[in-house]
Design a protein around this ligand. Structure first.
Ligand code: HEM
Ligand SMILES: [Cu+2]
Length: 549
């Protein structure tokens, strides 16, 4: 099996010729991290924070799966179960998956890819992290002071009347939204203003296009969520009559407001994942990406179309036939730019010299899992099918194939791809691959069972169920254990590498984008000299650029 873990552009000796940003003598100690304006350090602080959120959300998921081993109540009452799935969903969406790639990996990589010293607004970048942490602490307080049982969608009228820490949780999500907006503003300005000399828009790595399209959605859509949650909190506190029918309000209006943000938000989740895959596939196929401009424009097209399909979450909410038909048609439309990406990724691999290093294994897993997630999305865009499957486990399986099988797998691909650049160490390739394979099979066992029982009518958000579904639930729970084992092995392998001395070369994968033209890990100001673009990001025929000693 071909691999590229033997250094390609590596200078005789090693890696970090100058003190890296991790142990810069001018920036030592905890305070130097807490007050840093270095995008790399802020990216890593986000990375550890979102990984902690993923662990918490994952433990909630394992608890749900354990309770669902039998059709009857085991160790969770109905109320506890409602709280645990709500917190699982809310933690995974707002504390993990939305910031995971843009704010953690994007923060670290974007300026390096552009040949810049940092993002456009470094202080705003640090502020975005503290706003994130403030929101996270408020969410944790809400969890510890009663939690919430509304579902992660906070639907009215139940959310305006139920007990628990709903108001505090809505305010924490309100605050978290601003962290996302700040990150978006920073990235849009950085891409417009800080590109290296000679780097035009069509010389940009596709990761930059994907991050840019995501930033547009973050800036335009997130304020809608903010006002929606503010209205919900005011409805709870002052009974202002926006969503409460008794007070002349309209509970379905909340769904329109919520999904007007949350559908574009699913693209804030998946577009950065797609952007990572567009970097990894040409690198491990040693071939120019197929259809560069089509992929670049499809990111922007997805960002725009994502604002006009929200009604497909409400086919059973009593909307008019005409509205339903229009939203169904527009939902099919958004599948086209996603399909273009999948086609171009496969075309790039065609006749490439494929190297199956761990990042590429995750990328190939992404291709298979995201395609299943995307295709079932088309099923659910069809009115008759959706009315049958709405609120069943088919829906739960669909969005986990897109969010976990898509974004999280792409996130793992990106973490393994940029780990040598971020921390200056290579990791154990064999165990990393074992982790990846367990994640792939564990994931499929967990969620294919959910497609099966959902199609047979198993409703979501139920802690007890009819005996006929127990077989699928047992399969799904065992799958979640295999998935968890794979994730723990992956985490263990990466953390174990941090005990080693630096051994990563500048460019272990032989990639052509600019972040690999500086040392691993980079110096505080990224490049010793102002880099100039010398070849395209996927020019595998161009000679490698060597770093000035
Ligand atoms: C790590 C593996 C995961 C497992 C085993 C898992 C399992 C589950 C299960 C069993 C439910 C359904 C509960 C029910 O309807 O009764 C659920 C709901 C949900 N999950 Fe996951 N999940 C995982 C990862 C994720 C990830 C990465 C996300 C990312 C965003 C996520 C987001 C959600 C959301 C939003 C819900 C809906 C919660 C609600 O109904 O309010 N999950 N998950
Ligand atoms: Cu949607």
């Amino acid at each position: 099996m071909a691999t590229t873990s033997t250094p390609v552009t590596h200078h005789g000796g090693h890696h970090a010729a100058h003190a890296s940003f991790l142990e810069d003598p001018q920036h030592r100690g905890l305070m130097s991290w807490l007050t840093t304006v270095d995008h790399k350090r802020i990216g890593l602080m986000y990375l550890w924070s979102v990984l902690t959120a993923f662990l918490l959300g994952g433990l909630f998921a394992l608890a749900l799966r354990l309770e669902l081993l039998t059709p009857k109540e085991d160790f969770m009452t109905a109320e506890t179960y409602n709280k645990v799935f709500t917190l699982h969903g809310a933690v995974m969406v707002f504390l993990f998956i939305i910031p995971a790639i843009p704010a953690a990996l994007g923060n670290f990589v974007l300026p390096l890819m552009l040949g810049a010293k940092d993002v456009a607004f470094p202080r705003l970048n640090l502020a975005s992290y503290y706003v994130y942490m403030t929101g996270a602490i408020m969410a944790l307080t809400a969890i510890l002071t009663g939690g919430i049982d509304t579902g992660w969608t906070f639907y009215t009228p139940y959310s305006t009347t139920t007990g628990g820490a709903v108001t505090l949780m809505t305010f924490s999500v309100f605050v978290l939204g601003f962290s996302s907006i700040f990150t978006g503003i920073n990235f849009v300005a950085t891409v417009h203003k800080l590109r290296a000399p000679g780097m035009g828009w069509f010389d940009l790595p596709l990761f930059v296009w994907g991050t840019y399209a995501t930033a547009i959605i973050q800036v335009l859509a997130t304020p809608v969520l903010a006002i929606t949650l503010l209205l919900l909190a005011f409805e709870r506190m002052f009974q202002i009559g926006i969503f409460d029918a008794k007070l002349g309000g309209d509970p379905v209006l909340f769904q329109h407001f919520f999904w007007f943000y949350s559908h574009p938000a699913v693209y804030i989740m998946i577009l950065p994942g797609m952007a990572i895959i567009s970097e990894i596939i040409p690198t491990f196929s040693k071939k120019h990406i197929f259809g560069y401009r089509a992929i670049a424009f499809s990111s922007v097209a997805i960002a725009l179309i994502s604002f006009i399909v929200w009604g497909h979450h409400m086919f059973t909410s009593g909307q008019s036939q005409l509205a339903a038909v229009i939203f169904s048609f527009l939902t099919f439309l958004v599948a086209i730019p996603s399909g273009i990406k999948v086609f171009n990724w496969v075309a790039t691999m065609y006749r490439g010299s494929i190297a199956l290093d761990t990042p590429m294994l995750y990328a190939i897993s992404f291709l298979l899992l995201f395609t299943i997630g995307g295709l079932t999305g088309i099923f659910l865009g069809a009115l008759s099918v959706d009315i049958h499957l709405h609120d069943t486990y088919f829906i739960v399986a669909h969005f986990h194939y897109v969010m976990m099988g898509g974004t999280v797998i792409a996130f793992l691909a990106g973490v393994h791809y940029w780990w040598p650049k971020m921390f200056g160490r290579m990791y154990n390739e064999t165990w990393a691959r074992i982790g990846c394979i367990l994640v792939f099979f564990g994931f499929n066992i967990t969620f294919l069972n959910q497609f099966a029982m959902g199609a047979k009518g198993m409703p979501r958000r139920y802690y007890s169920y009819l005996d006929q579904f127990q077989g699928n639930h047992i399969g799904s729970t065992v799958g979640s254990w295999v998935l968890a084992l794979g994730l723990f092995i992956a985490a263990g392998v990466l953390l174990a590498s941090l005990r080693k001395k630096y051994d990563a070369p500048d460019n272990p994968w032989g990639s052509k984008t600019m972040e690999w033209e500086t040392q691993s890990p980079p110096i505080t100001h990224n490049f010793p000299n102002n880099p100039v673009m010398q070849h395209g990001p996927y020019d595998y025929n161009a000679p490698s650029v060597r770093r000035e000693a």
